[in-house]
Structure formats: C-alpha cells, structure tokens
Design a protein around this ligand. Sequence first.
Ligand code: C5P
Length: 278
Amino acid sequence: MALTIQAPAKLNRFLAVLGRRADGFHELELVTTVLDGVPDLTDTLSAEPADALSMAITGPMGEGLPEDGTNLVLRAWRLLEDTAHRPLPAVLRLEKRIPHGAGLGGGSSDAAAALRLGNRLFGLGLDDVSLLPLAARLGSDVPLFLLGGTVLGLGRGERVFPLRPVPLEPLLLVHPGLHVSTPSVYRALQEIGYPFPEALASQPVGAAPPWRNDLTGAALWVCPPLAEVREALRDSGGDPLLCGSGSCWAARYVGPEARDAAAGRIAAARPDWRIWRI
Ligand code: C5P
C-alpha cells in the first residue's frame, strides 16, 4: 500500500548571522514559519514497498532535478536504512511544486518528509526525537520541518525550538526564476563584511519577530538582478524580505486588499515571475 505525505515550504522571518565558525558554517539565529496549507507551494512525496529502491520526480518544479543518490530524498532514505540496519526498498514519487534554489526550503522539506514516510511505511518506530539528529545530518534546515509551525533555529539552524505561533501578515512570495547557490551567498559574506548584528533579544510572547535577513547584502552581491524584485515589491507598497539565501522574496502588506492589488500589478508587469499569495 502506498503512503503519501505533504512537504510544505518555509519562510524565514528573521535571520541573523552571528559570525563564521571554525567549522566553516555560520552561527545563526532564525525564526522560521512552515507554510502549511498552501497547496501551490507544497511538494507531495509518496512511497510504496517494492523490490528495489527507485525514485521519480514530477510536477511543475521537477524539471532538471537529480533522481540519483545526490537527491536529498534518497540521501534521507539511505540514512534511514543505515539506522534501521536493513534495506527499505520502495518506489518513491516526488511531485515538486516548491521551486529549487529559491530559499523556501523545498529540498529540506522533502528530506524531512522522506524520514517520516520511510519510518511510517516500514514501521521503524522512530519518534521525532530520534529523527531530529538524522535530519540535522542531511542539512541545517531539515530539522525545523519535523517540528512544523513557527520555530526558533540556533547553531547552524539545526538546533530547533518550537515557538508559540505568530500569525503571518498578508504576504506575497515572488520567485524571479533565478537560482542562487546558498554556499556562494555565505562565502560572499566574507567579501562584503559581516553584519555582526545583535542577536534577537527575548521577544514578548506572541510578538512578530523583526522582519530581517542578514544574508540580503551577500545575496545581492552574488546575484545583482535580485534587486529588481525588491524594487518592484517596494513600488507595490510592500515591505520586502529576501527568503533565506534567495532567490524568492516575501513582501508583507498592510492588508489583503493591498496585497491582492500588488499581486495584480506585479503579475501584469512581470509575467515571467511566479507569485503566491499567503
Ligand atoms: O546545511 P546545508 O547543507 O543546508 O548548508 C548548505 C551550505 O550553506 C553549507 O555548505 C555552507 O556553505 C552554508 N551554510 C553556512 N552556515 C549555515 C548554514 C549553511 O555557512 N548556518
């Protein structure tokens, strides 16, 4: 019997870079919300027991993604096999709706979904506490998807703590079709200088985190055309924020009417950009 699981996108609402660590990673402080209930921005992963492990990718954002062992879904599956000390042969089908290299955590969400799905399909009996270290080995952003909701991330982002949910304001997400490599953005921090910001001070319970992303300057340095998207969102009355290391931008608006009007204007001016209302 096939099992299916949803893999939603995420939005970093606060991303502070505290500095570069001896291991080359960057110490971060993050507030991230998992975007549940946005079907156009949710991948679907299904699995069915089979004689051997295989993977197929479909969906509007699936083109060009590797279906081999470099795919995070297969890496997650192999890690589960190592943990279970046995093969977990299955046909995996991934339907991609979250754009790749967009800062929305699509690959990380797929990996977290694969851990959950394999665990359930083969009755491995691993709880989330056992899955979290596996998730952290797959990538800094994978563990937060096991928690869901709004999450505080520390360390390289993999040390996750659930936060009381803070509602999102009316948002647009805009993907300009550019692909930005995360390592190159972190490397560029060395060229442009570290912001060395103050860490997020204790927030009053239920308060929205500051709308801030310390990777913005480095991402613009690596990919200057990103500035066009920021300008278009500002011109439409929005308050833009880069998603992770790019290339998507989020923008918040004073209300849903302002957001919807902006979506219409931007879609008319830039039919080549993808836009989601959150
Ligand atoms: O952990 P993940 O595989 O997602 O990280 C991708 C790359 O992003 C790392 O290889 C590193 O270059 C950079 N990174 C970083 N500091 C972090 C997270 C990621 O330098 N906290």
